[in-house]
Design a protein. Sequence first.
Length: 138
Amino acid sequence: MKSYRKELWFEVPTRRALINITPQVEECLRESGIREGLVLCNAMHITASVFINDDESGLHHDYEVWLERLAPHEPVSQYRHNVGEDNADAHMKRQIMGREVVVAVTNGQLDFGTWERIFYGEFDGRRRKRALVKIIGE
């Protein structure tokens, strides 16, 4: 069995963003040479997420509204974590959206359902962060 590891780095200039990282993960799969196996992709920061869904702008807008309703950024004083910080909402948004995804690899391709894409969700940007891509298989 072969194994491949790569870190994808992001420097999002805004507090929040949803980034389609499917092309970068597909490039990792090509680099790995693995034809059958599994891809794990996870955020390596506790205020960021990796998840699978549709790459549709209306849905992305709906996520923003929904997440802000569930864990509003302001007032920052509503969170005990925010003593000296202002990112408690980002931790909660990450918890809702999830830490990682696993995708099957079949015939050297990500074995997705219709419209599925991999996203990096940033909830406390404006600094350098990363996601891990780990691929195992044959």
